[in-house]
Design a protein around this ligand. Sequence first.
Ligand code: NAD
Length: 355
Amino acid sequence: MKTLELMSQLGHERVCFWHDAETGMRAIIALHSTALGNALGGTRRWHYGDEHDALHDVLRLSEGMTYKAACAGLPMGGAKSVVLLPERGMEGTEAEARAMGRFVNTFNGQYIAAEDVGVNEQYIDWMNLETEHVQGGTGSGQGGDPSPHTALGVLRGMQACLRHIGVDQFAGLTVAIQGVGSVGAHLAKLLHEHGADLVVADINKDLVQELVESCGAKAANVDEILLHPCDILAPCALGGILDSDIIGRIQARIVCGAANNQLDKPSIDGKLLMDRGILYAPDFIVNAGGLIHLAGTYLEMSESELEGKINEIEETTSHILEISADRLIAGNKAATELALHRIRTGSVKERLHAG
Ligand code: NAD
């Protein structure tokens, strides 16, 4: 499908491509919506099969950011960017980050870049040399690494799921985590403190070993972690991992994790999970902690306001699960309806209610 057709189908306002002559860096920024305010969203550095894959990824991710901000009650829009790496696993350089910073600057603040896969605080600091429109760096008012806040939000989402099925503690429960990078590792530590038993898998064996030693986690194979028998499955690696085949074989009561766009085909897969009696906490509801922290810092919220807003993820998740159960619709559908309602009415302050 052609770019403009895709944009109009998903409702994007603006999609820009960039080639930096000096460094050869190629990137795309997708501004999905500014209906509720300027849009904050991460920059992902990734080696894509081709340009169309990159476009598809950035369009889906930026749409998700609009819904995430709206459901989190933030007066912010949704956007995302990708840097197309010529080879897998290339380290970010100052020259590349500064080139990306210049690209971000062309949006005059309508787009604010932050961390995503392949981008850390150092990279944001380098971008910040070229544009003030970044969050997540080490400078004053930048907010730093969002991952611990994302992990806390996911924990709150899990607590809502447990309450929904009448369970009030993590002790005695097994949580299987796919991907123990920045968010997954923080989540593992929080769950360990709450008494959960952990099963973890990552393509990076050192990260797994660290949690085996520090949290008594059991190591699992990356090919079997999604199918491991557990109470909660927490996808914390990349998106698109829950397709009809995997959903048919999951052995978890709850799916609740940080990865963006977990459902391969949202309009079908949310229902499939529901039909199998698996409680699914929509990713863009439970992984909003990092966005809340960075956007809240950008909006100059106080520490206690930020903490309260991240803790609200528990209440938001509970409401979405209740709407889903009452109306017999998938949780991701209920969450999307809520976001669209808020965008349509321009309201981000009202309490939750069905679409
Ligand atoms: P990260 O790159 O630090 O960690 C991802 C981990 O997943 C890596 O350790 C990687 O080796 C591992 N991985 C990749 N493919 C895997 C596979 N097939 N099986 C097992 N492990 C695999 O990224 P992160 O910041 O922790 O983010 C994780 C996910 O959460 C991403 O989807 C990201 O978009 C999403 N997310 C992150 C934040 C945040 O604050 N960092 C916020 C919202 C959503």
